[in-house]
Design a protein. Sequence first.
Length: 129
Amino acid sequence: MAKKPVPNDPPGEPTFEQSLHELERIVHDLEEGQIGLDESLQHYEQGVKLLRRLLDLLEKAERRIELLTGLDASGNPISEPLADEATLAPEEKSQRRSARHATTEGGTNSSDGGTDTSPPRMDEAGGTM
């Protein structure tokens, strides 16, 4: 079954899966060693372009992913962009989590001041936070 192109992709551009398949074919051809130097260089250059396109598509996809952080008083999901934390070092992630926990311990979990109805959180020793 063919994948649909992402709506933001320019018309006529190959999908992520098509580009990945083409890159795999190029790598296979280069590894086989059955093509000449000039053709190998052309394949290599095309492979680099495809790799850059694939990395760009992955970056765009990552920016579209949101991290579910909880529920507001009405039961609606609260989310934030994943990209902010996806690129942080583990220490920075821990600091952000601590800051987020500090704001929810005061009884609110959303910008509208709703009450946090989630069960109590457990710390590493098994006590509630």
